[in-house]
Design a protein around this ligand. Structure first.
Ligand code: GLP
Length: 260
C-alpha cells in the first residue's frame, strides 16, 4: 500500500496521471468509477485533459461502484446520473460503455448477479477509483460487510445517510435506505485501487484503512490485502496516521520512473 500525503489539487493530478497512463497504454481499459465528492476534482482534471490535451476515453469502458435502490431514472442523485454529469458528458466516453448496478430492477439479486457477470465479461476492472466513508465504508460496504462479498443489496447506516443528506437538500429522510454495491471481493479483484480521502472527517477512517487491524468493522481495511493500492490523502485526512512521517519521506525519495 502506497500512501501519498499532498495538497488536494496535487492528489487529483496524481489520480488523473494514473488514469491517463493506463488509457495511453491500453485505450480500451476498464475504469472503475466512484461517486461522492472525493473523486470530483479528478473528474475535473480528466475533463480538462480531454479538452486541452486530447486525452481520449473513446474506447474505454467503465463500471460504477454502487447505486441507490429506488431512485427514479431522472433523479439528479442517482449515481448513474451523477457520473454522466461529472464525467461522461465532459469527455468522449461512450454512454453505453458505462455501467451501473440497476437500482430500479424488479429482481435486484438478479441485477447484482448480472453486474458481476458484466464486469467479468469485460475482463475485470483495471483501475478502480475509490473514496471512503467516515465509518470506513468503501463503495457502500458498510461496517459488518463480509470481506468476501460480491455485488448485492445493502442497508445504509444512519451515519452514511446523514453524511449523504447534503446531496438531498439536507433531508436525511430523502436519502434511500438501500443500495446495490460491488462487494469487497469485487473491488479487490480490480488490478489497481486508487483511494482518495480529504478533510479531517476522514482521518480516523484513513488511519484504520492503512494501519488498523483488518476487520469487517472498518471494511476498507481489506485493502491491506491487495497488492497494488494507492492511498491519496491531504494533510487533514492524514492527521491520525501513526507513520505519516515515514510515508512523506518515502514518497519524497521515490524515483519518478516508479509512478504510482
Ligand atoms: C458514498 C459512496 C462512496 C463514497 C463515500 C464517501 O456513500 N457510496 O463510494 O466513497 O460515500 O463520500 P465522499 O467522497 O462524498 O466523502
Amino acid at each position: 500500500m502506497e500512501v501519498v500525503i499532498a495538497p488536494r489539487d496535487e492528489l487529483a493530478r496524481l489520480a488523473a496521471d494514473a488514469v491517463e497512463r493506463l488509457l495511453v497504454a491500453r485505450p480500451d481499459a476498464v475504469l472503475g468509477l466512484a461517486t461522492g465528492s472525493s473523486p470530483l476534482a479528478v473528474y475535473d482534471e480528466l475533463a480538462r485533459r480531454h479538452a486541452q490535451e486530447g486525452l481520449s476515453f473513446a474506447r474505454a469502458r467503465a463500471f460504477l461502484l454502487d447505486e441507490y435502490v429506488g431512485l427514479a431514472a431522472d433523479h439528479p442523485q442517482r449515481y448513474r446520473t451523477v457520473i454522466d454529469t461529472e464525467l461522461v458528458s465532459r469527455v468522449d466516453l461512450a454512454p453505453d460503455a458505462v455501467h451501473a448496478p440497476d437500482g430500479l430492477a424488479a429482481d435486484l439479486p438478479a441485477a447484482c448477479a448480472a453486474y458481476e457477470e458484466a464486469i467479468r465479461a469485460a475482463g475485470g476492472v483495471d483501475l478502480q477509483l475509490l473514496g471512503i466513508g467516515t465509518d470506513g465504508h468503501v463503495a457502500f460496504n458498510e461496517p459488518g460487510s463480509s470481506l468476501a462479498s460480491r455485488t448485492r443489496i445493502k442497508t445504509l447506516t444512519r451515519q452514511t445517510r446523514q453524511d449523504n443528506a447534503r446531496f438531498f437538500d439536507g433531508d436525511v429522510d430523502a436519502v434511500p435506505t438501500h443500495c446495490l454495491t460491488q462487494g469487497l471481493a469485487t473491488i479487490m479483484a480490480a488490478r489497481h485501487l486508487v483511494l482518495i480521502a480529504t478533510g479531517r472527517g476522514k482521518a480516523q477512517a484513513v488511519h484504520q484503512l492503512v494501519e488498523g487491524p483488518v476487520s469487517a468493522l472498518w471494511p476498507a481495511t481489506v485493502l491491506q490485502l491487495h497488492p497494488h493500492v494507492t492511498v491519496l490523502v491531504d494533510d487533514a485526512a492524514a492527521g491520525r496516521l501513526q507513520l505519516a512521517g515515514h510515508y512523506r519521506e518515502t514518497y519524497a525519495g521515490k524515483p519518478a520512473w516508479q509512478h504510482l
